[in-house]
Design a protein around this ligand. Structure first.
Ligand SMILES: [Zn+2]
Length: 462
């Protein structure tokens, strides 16, 4: 347990450990402390941004459409420079696993913390966070890795922590795999911690040529290089159409522990994310379930949620069997036995797929699409008895809960679990009718006062 460092203390630590840094805009006062707790802090979380762009300061400072900034405290550029983009609560850790948090607090675990199979604890109040500027589908630069070691040491040293207080986002939140070293695969964080421990103890740094991570001793599938057949603009349009038609896809990915955007990418390769009969009449639905293998017919088209769950289950089973994302994706197209035979024979998993690029194409699409797919982020309001503040674009059961309440109060809208324009319109009308004022946000935010009114009316009705 620790009080977060002041900015003065932080700067002193960065200098003490020789961390190259630059200050961006009003980083010292840029935070989300008005939205929730900041501290006590228990550790330092490592992320990749998912992008190889050369300058990611503005994105990390301002945030994304569905995720307001700052998105971390430290941006780590390809040249090894840390860019300070915020200090205080930041949107980087989301909700994670309470067992992991306990293990990090106690620094009691062995090589790796317990499995992150729950997402129930607010990580943004508990962790410092660095976003390293790279896609995660390849290694970070040597300069980035060298700085990561020093930065981790600077933070651990300030609080008297060991390297066990440093974890990857992929060790905290189900479905995450950052920091990655190839598509869908997190770095060996035990090896990273051991390097940080050396830095902390003042031992000479390992030569930068040493690879930061050793992949497990599985057949090396590195012969698949992600390369999308479609450009970003096409994929972006597909994601946004799919998210509004089938808002549950992201939740199904999370529930299956699949990398962000993978279901979108497979559906995109199969059908451009359209619900149809294809493949000469044998493929059904968005993910083209084949009637030669599965008991499906055109009635299967009526429930896209079931289609998504079936696809996720199948990919997950391949992933469990092969322990490699590219191989698992190739198996979705060519079958598990054909693909594993190819890999065993020293060939690329794509050597047996349609067009010999199925996995490469899907992983390429995933890299581009994952940026458009929101994390499931719910902002809890501390003031209102744990009611989430909901905003336009949010999705999930909380939104469905709001929509059902709005319907109870006579507002005509569908329960889609997406805070869409229709929901905003109904919220606007709800505020005007039940609270006697017009929302200044045109109904695009449903906050504490709205929840209080919903709850008190429910009470009155009882
Ligand atoms: Zn992350």
């Amino acid at each position: 347990m620790a009080t977060p460092m002041s900015t003065t203390k932080l700067l002193a630590q960065l200098r003490k450990w020789g961390v190259p840094f630059k200050e961006y805009k009003s980083w010292k006062t840029h935070n989300r402390n008005s939205k929730g707790a900041w501290g006590p802090v228990h550790g330092f979380m490592v992320h990749h941004t998912g992008s190889d762009n050369a300058d990611q300061r503005a994105m990390l400072y301002n945030g994304l459409a569905n995720l307001p900034g700052p998105l971390c405290h430290f941006g780590l550029a390809q040249d090894g420079t840390v860019h300070l983009v915020g200090w205080g609560r930041a949107n980087h850790a989301g909700s994670g696993d309470p067992d992991v948090l306990s293990a990090v607090i106690a620094e009691s675990y062995g090589k790796t913390p317990p499995a992150d199979n729950q997402a129930t604890v607010d990580g943004n109040s508990r962790f410092y966070g660095v976003e390293i500027w790279y896609s995660g589908s390849h290694k970070m630069t040597d300069a980035q890795y060298a700085t990561l070691r020093k930065l981790s040491a600077a933070i651990c040293d300030a609080h008297g922590w060991s390297a066990k207080s440093v974890i990857g986002h992929g060790e905290w939140q189900p479905g995450k795999w950052d920091p990655g070293h190839k598509s869908g695969r997190m770095m060996d964080m035990a090896a990273v911690r051991s390097d940080i421990a050396s830095t902390l103890s003042g031992k000479a740094a390992t030569p930068p040529a040493t690879p930061p991570a050793t992949p497990p001793a599985k057949p090396d599938p590195a012969t698949v290089t992600p390369k999308s057949r479609e450009p970003l603009s096409v994929l972006t349009a597909q994601v946004s159409a799919a998210m509004s038609a089938w808002p549950f896809i992201r939740d199904i990915e999370l529930a299956a522990g699949l990398p962000k955007g993978l279901l979108f990418a497979v559906g995109s390769r199969e059908t451009n994310l359209k619900n149809l009969v294809g493949d000469g009449g044998h493929g059904f639905g968005v993910w083209q379930r084949d009637d030669r293998w599965w008991p499906v017919d055109s009635s299967y088209l009526s429930d896209v949620r079931v289609q998504a769950e079936d696809a996720a289950t199948l990919i997950k089973s391949h992933l469990t069997a092969t322990d490699d994302l590219a191989t698992a994706v190739a198996a979705y197209n060519a079958g598990l036995s054909a693909v594993t035979a190819a890999v065993k024979a020293g060939q690329s998993p794509d050597s047996v797929t349609t067009g010999r690029d199925y996995a490469a194409d899907v992983l390429g699409r995933m890299a581009m699409m994952s940026g458009q797919v929101p994390d499931r982020v719910v902002k809890w309001l501390p003031v209102s008895g744990h009611m989430p503040e909901l905003r336009h674009g949010d999705r999930g059961w909380h939104v469905g809960w709001l929509q059902r309440n709005l319907r109870r109060f006579g507002h005509d809208l569908k329960v889609t679990e997406v805070y869409d324009d229709a929901t905003a319109k109904a919220v606007h009308a709800f505020y005007a009718k039940e609270l006697d004022y017009k929302t200044t946000t045109a109904g695009k935010v449903f906050g504490a006062d709205g929840w209080r009114r919903v709850l008190s009316i429910s009470k009155e009705a009882r």
